[in-house]
Design a protein around this ligand. Structure first.
Ligand SMILES: Nc1ncnc2c1ncn2[C@@H]1O[C@H](COP(=O)(O)OP(=O)(O)OP(=O)(O)O)[C@@H](O)[C@H]1O
Ligand SMILES: [Mg+2]
Length: 381
């Protein structure tokens, strides 16, 4: 008895930890259903988040393998029994699904469900999803205690979902704010300068045949305005540096970025970063952007188990390497209709600073992106 109690507490504590450690929502929800199955002793479990069209936007299941899912077919809709707790916002406990009037059918490959317990996930009086359990392992049906425990776990799922929504919202707001500020700065500084520049150039063009001297004065003004516009553009762009980069420098910014990605993705991501000498800010910018894009590519395209990021300054160069063990790709293939902005912009950034970018990749053996930038221009090779 003491043993089971302890196992129960451990499972509960894992679920609570997952929520408080701010793992990805997906991890937390998956953890909540599997803890529910384990704690309550159910053969099948699922957690569904409905969308507005009577479908499930997300559905996490326990007890059914990927192959079984493939055979079952599309995700269930939120009708019938699965929708009952979404509409009525209260738990539903049923001794046998098949004899419930709300049950219609399931696909041929669907496991046969008997006893059933469904609980809504409620956030601030709004039903945001539901947890379902079916087929008690001891075949005695779900008890009052089971229901109370599932309600408790549904509360954790609600907190995890609410946190995720808040994070998402605050990211969106930050982006919108950034954009608005940038548009305003660009307008105030640069677009007004460019407008005067155009007028002055027009004046110079009109004068050039009749009064070369005044035309030359206007052209001198054109040159001054162009210089000022580009200085202001540079100033606006400097502000666009990721805040972490200007505040903490390259190594710390990389650590932060990697940490954020670790929370969001299931992949072993390691960073080994040292710099033994000062790195100019334009080099820091380039290295950071390349790291971002290379990591983004590895996560998006490679499906890797592992990504290793290495940053080193040796002698007069900075070297960054992002290595994944994912599916790899043909680096020589013509881009054709494929959009390859990321690789092109990494290369362009490296070359602008007199550096090099090398991408080596092999099918099913992973990819290495390596950028090397001289710390003093002209020192590389
Ligand atoms: N680490 C990687 N593993 C596997 N394939 C990759 C990797 N990096 C790039 N690729 C392949 O190379 C292609 C081009 O990458 P690139 O970054 O230029 O474009 P993208 O990521 O598709 O789009 P974006 O312009 O948004 O970056 C990708 O579409 C992908 O097929
Ligand atoms: Mg890309």
């Amino acid at each position: 008895m003491a043993q089971t109690r302890r196992a129960e507490l451990e499972a509960l504590s894992r679920a609570v930890q997952a929520v408080t450690q701010q793992r990805s929502v997906r991890d937390v929800l998956q953890m909540v259903v599997s803890s529910a199955c384990e704690l309550i002793g159910a053969r099948y479990g699922a957690l569904g988040i409905p969308d507005e069209n009577g479908q499930f936007a997300e559905f996490y299941a326990v007890g059914i393998s990927d192959e079984e899912w493939a055979r079952i077919g599309p995700l269930p809709r939120t009708h019938g029994l699965l929708g009952a707790m979404l509409r009525e916002a209260r738990p539903q406990r049923i001794p046998d699904v098949r004899s419930d009037p709300r049950f219609h059918w399931w696909p041929a490959a669907h496991p046969v469900l008997t006893d059933f317990l469904g609980v809504p996930i409620v956030d601030d009086e709004v039903v945001v999803g539901a947890i379902y359990l079916a087929n008690t392992v001891d075949q005695h049906g779900f008890s009052d205690d089971d229901e109370a425990l599932l309600v408790l776990l549904a509360g954790h799922a609600a907190v995890a979902l609410a946190n995720a929504r808040l994070n998402e919202r605050s990211r969106e707001l930050t982006l919108v704010e950034e954009r608005t500020r940038l548009a305003r700065d660009l307008h105030d500084a640069v677009s007004q300068k460019l407008f005067s520049l155009r007028l002055t150039a027009d004046a110079a063009a009109a004068l050039i045949m009749t009064d070369a001297e005044r035309a030359a004065t206007e052209l001198a003004a054109v040159r001054r305005l162009a210089r000022e516009a580009s200085a202001e553009l540079r100033a606006v762009l400097a502000e666009l540096r990721p805040p972490a980069l200007s505040e903490d420098g390259l190594v710390a910014a990389l650590h932060k970025h990697v940490e954020t990605l670790r929370h969001a993705h299931r992949v072993a991501l390691t960073l080994d970063a040292t710099t033994s000498c000062a790195v100019p800010s334009d080099v820091e910018d380039t290295i950071f952007r390349v790291a971002q894009e290379a990591l983004h590519n590895a996560l998006r395209h490679a499906d890797p188990k592992m990504i290793i990021v290495r940053l080193e300054t040796c002698g007069d160069t900075v070297v960054l390497e992002v290595r994944d063990d994912g599916r790899g790709f043909d680096t020589t293939a013509e881009s054709g209709a494929v959009r390859r902005l990321g690789l092109a912009s990494m290369r362009e950034r490296a070359e602008r600073l007199g550096g090099t970018l090398v991408v080596s990749s092999e099918a099913n053996a992973g990819t290495v992106v390596r950028i090397e930038v001289p710390l003093r221009p002209g020192t590389l090779r």
